[in-house]
Design a protein. Structure first.
Lengths: 289, 412
């Protein structure tokens, strides 16, 4: 029974990992660009939820508010920073988002102070009991919503015209331009979607977890592991990997001991990449040298 | 060579600051006044300065404290204490060079510091080398004493003292008829958590208390259900948490989510004392216990008076760490007064002869008396319990301001 409890908790957390990781992998898939500030986007999503709770709005507003705010930020970051550094050497591309991460993190320290915050008790703070398995409402909502949104992201990319345009730009920027697609707009949109996914994930997690401005580091690391395990650039890969990491963390923590949790997770991660360097659903590195 | 120059300097200093002149006694104080721990460091410095103010000025209402009352150190012709502070930024190397500067350039008679254990570790080594007494008021790492140093004195209780207090408390509970068959220890897995957990396990063994589980974990964890499920499995009668802030809050929330409350939880300071702990989860963690060697006490008591003076000086409440540093200053001033001299060797001898009783202290220690390693053998702590919106002192019984609630209520 306790094993089942651990597994359910792990899967629900895994869904949230899947959501913010799919945002990170989207940017890589679109533009071969690694965003080191992704964890900070998650952190900002948490603080948006905090601000919303300060003006006495309920938890149903947390997610949408974080999505809108972060989408805006994502577009601004693309237009103001990424678009320009894309023309520069690889190293400045990498360092630019690293610098952005520090800027966002320490701005948050400046504005919100280093104190840990929790959201006030809301209608979402109860616990449900499914025949002996306890699931908090917040955890359940976060898990289910994250799973739906991550799936939604996949559908958007593969089944809609907008998705095709996004993928066209990813495939060949110049050819897409000849087809009348505006690559800048598509890439700005990708950044907006990516940041929004991180923001919603943050807002959902904020209901259950205490946070401070440095919380982004932890999530950034998780996101990188999920993305490389799933295969760089693959949204379904990130989703599957998110669930795997969440589940393995929970089961290893319970069965073997919490202190070995990270050893098992990263051990598995290294083992998978050893056998499949391109990740579970990756398309292989040959195609993008 | 350097020693020769220094002792000449010390003799020179001693000559020029002879007691007949009632010149100031300079005491060097190193704390982190910038960086991560700046808040704690500034508050500690305020407390040490307040202690000096109390000693320097007439305070008959506090004459229970040694060398307090008349204003100035009576055996040094009413000499005043002058605090000379320096900022070590939480950096061990900086702690070393600031201590060196205070000793060689400011010619301080003694030192107090340094908050972070690793800074105290290096700063005390400098004082040892130059033969200047160094009183450590707050750093708890075991390795600060026990290097056979002759000039380092530590007033604060250390991990093994806290751990022993927990076990004595649990045995008291057993005698009172509560079921305490086994405990569990949950600790974050860096230096702090691991070393304190080690002390707890050791003390549990020597006090005959069975440890059902030790659960180390990573304080950055985003999910602690696995740990809580293990506790639920083992059903200990008391869980001792050695945790930082985010994780201690997360544990309390997760326990509620998984419908689990042990009969008692003892938090080892840190996260459980963070100013955000009570506002965040106070309502769901009713009855959680914590430690503090500082307690405001009854109105009109020495501690209540000091608490009022501190609030008036700084605008915020006295906390455990600052109070422990303040205690260090009182102990040092008492030694200097008894020595009747600012000569380091005489202060050292007076410190070695220190024997203060509980009623002469502002802290909940059983007294102050140093063993040959320089550790205060009478160091102890109170246990406090979260009742309503505040922690109240509940153990030991003679210093309790409220009745202990066992089992804890949690969120119910």
């Amino acid at each position: 029974m306790i094993l089942l409890q651990a597994a359910v908790g792990g899967l629900l957390l895994g869904a949230v990992y899947a959501l913010f990781s799919s945002g990170l992998t989207l940017i890589w898939g679109m533009m071969n660009f690694i965003n080191f500030a992704h964890g900070e986007f998650v952190m900002l999503g948490m603080y948006v939820a905090l601000l919303v709770s300060w003006v006495n709005l309920g938890p149903e507003v947390f997610g949408p508010a974080a999505a809108v705010a972060l989408m805006l930020l994502g577009v601004i970051v693309y237009m103001g920073l990424i678009k320009h550094v894309m023309r520069g050497p690889m190293l400045s591309q990498i360092l630019s988002t690293f610098g952005l991460a520090l800027l966002l993190r320490y701005s948050a320290f400046y504005i919100f102070k280093s104190d840990f915050r929790t959201l006030p008790d809301t209608a979402l703070s109860g616990t449900l009991n499914f025949g002996g398995i306890y699931v908090s409402r917040a955890q359940l909502l976060a898990g289910l919503l994250a799973a739906v949104l991550a799936l939604g992201m996949h559908v958007l990319l593969t089944r809609t015209a907008l998705g095709s345009r996004l993928l066209a730009v990813a495939e060949d920027r110049n050819a897409a331009m000849l087809m009348g697609i505006h690559p800048d707009r598509m890439q700005a949109l990708a950044w907006g979607l990516s940041a929004a996914s991180a923001g919603i994930a943050g807002a959902l997690m904020a209901i259950a977890y205490p946070f401070s401005p440095s919380v982004g580091e932890t999530f950034a690391l998780t996101a990188f592991v999920v993305v490389s395990l799933g295969g760089f650039g693959s949204v379904p890969g990130a989703m599957i990997a998110g669930f795997i990491i969440g589940l393995v963390e929970a089961l290893a923590g319970y069965l073997i001991g919490p202190i070995y949790k990270d050893v098992i997770v990263y051990g598995l991660f290294v083992a998978v990449l050893w056998i499949r360097p391109q990740g579970l659903l990756g398309t292989g590195s040959e195609s993008r040298s | 060579m350097r020693r020769g120059v220094l002792s000449a300097a010390v003799v020179g200093a001693a000559l020029s600051v002879g007691p007949a002149w009632a010149a100031d006694v300079k005491i060097g104080v190193v704390f982190p006044l910038s960086g991560n721990a700046a808040n704690a460091g500034k508050s500690a410095l305020d407390a040490v300065q307040l202690a000096a103010d109390i000693i320097n000025n007439p305070h008959s209402e506090l004459s229970a404290l040694p060398s307090v009352g008349p204003g100035g150190l009576s055996k040094l012709g009413g000499a005043k204490i002058q605090v000379i502070s320096a900022d070590h930024q939480g950096n061990p190397a900086e702690g070393q060079s600031q201590t060196l500067r205070l000793i060689t350039q400011e010619k301080v008679a003694a030192m107090i510091g340094a908050y972070q254990s690793n800074v105290s570790f290096t700063a005390t080594a400098v004082a040892e080398r130059y033969g200047i007494p160094f009183v450590v008021g707050d750093s708890v790492a075991a390795n600060i004493t026990g290097r056979s140093f002759k000039w380092v004195f530590r007033t604060t209780p250390v991990a093994s003292d806290f751990a022993a207090n927990y076990m004595i408390f649990l045995n008291d509970m057993k005698k009172a008829g509560h079921k305490v068959d086994s405990i569990a220890v949950v600790n974050e897995n860096t230096d702090y958590g691991t070393s304190v957990a080690g002390s707890v396990l050791e003390q549990a063994k020597s006090h005959g208390i069975n440890v059902a589980a030790q659960i180390p974990y990573n304080a950055n964890a985003t999910d602690v259900s696995a740990q809580v499920l293990q506790l639920k499995d083992k059903k200990p009668d008391c869980v001792i948490f050695i945790s930082y802030t985010a994780d201690s809050i997360l544990y309390m929330k997760t326990m509620k989510n998984l419908d689990y409350t042990p009969p008692m939880i003892i938090g080892d300071d840190s996260g459980f004392s963070d100013p955000t702990f009570i506002p965040s989860i106070g309502t769901i963690a009713q009855g959680v216990m914590n430690r503090s060697a500082w307690d405001v006490g009854k109105p009109g008591s020495v501690t209540a008076t000091i608490s009022k003076l501190f609030k008036a000086k700084t605008g915020h409440e006295m906390d455990d760490t600052s109070a422990r540093d303040m205690q260090a200053m009182f102990v040092l001033a008492d030694a200097i007064n008894r020595a009747g001299s600012t000569e380091p060797a005489k202060i050292q001898a007076a410190l070695n002869a220190t024997n203060l009783k509980p009623e002469q202290l502002i802290m909940g220690y059983r007294g102050v008396k140093f063993d040959q390693t320089g550790q205060n053998t009478e160091a102890a702590t109170y246990l406090i319990q979260l009742q309503g919106k505040d922690y109240v002192a509940v153990w030991p019984e003679k210093s309790a301001t409220a009745k202990l609630q066992w089992p804890m209520k949690g969120w119910k």
